[in-house]
Design a binder for this molecule. Structure first.
Ligand code: FES
Length: 138
């Protein structure tokens, strides 16, 4: 996936990384949790253009490894868990680029990284769901 797949109108993407994730481990001597390692690793590698990296505290998926969320524009938001702070950096960057290249956040199933297929914790509809008319009580 390259930056040439995106258009000038592609909304920005945020990659939210829980820096408090411990993956069920005792705190290491340097007090840097696996979630912080993941965040630092991503910071060092650099994100695809148009993607902002943000540290957050707890996405309520504490027992399932490092956890992140992808959101931006009027896209679906995806929460992924079970990430390893070192082994999954390439997968996460690839999936982030693929997400960013979409208009609605829906990466075609066959194009999703395997980790994304098996470790999606939640997906949250966009703020404006134009395809589903709202029901408003009177
Ligand atoms: S501490 Fe990371 S999801 Fe709760």
């Amino acid at each position: 996936m390259t930056g040439s797949d995106r258009t000038e109108t592609t909304p920005t993407t945020e990659l939210l990384v829980c820096v408090k994730c411990r993956k069920g481990q005792a705190l290491p001597a340097d007090d840097r949790r696996p979630g912080q390692h993941l965040f630092d690793g991503l910071s060092e590698r650099g994100l695809p253009g148009g993607v902002t990296l943000r540290a957050v505290e707890c996405l309520q998926n504490c027992d399932a490894g490092c956890t992140v969320a992808l959101r931006g524009g009027n896209r679906w938001t995806y929460v992924y868990g079970g990430l390893d702070e070192t082994a999954d950096l390439d997968t996460l960057l690839d999936g982030t680029a693929r997400y960013h290249a979409t208009a609605d956040g829906l990466i075609p199933w066959r194009e999703r990284p395997e980790h994304f297929k098996r470790n999606c914790v939640a997906r949250i509809p966009p703020a404006v769901l134009s395809s589903i008319p709202p029901k408003v009580s009177e």
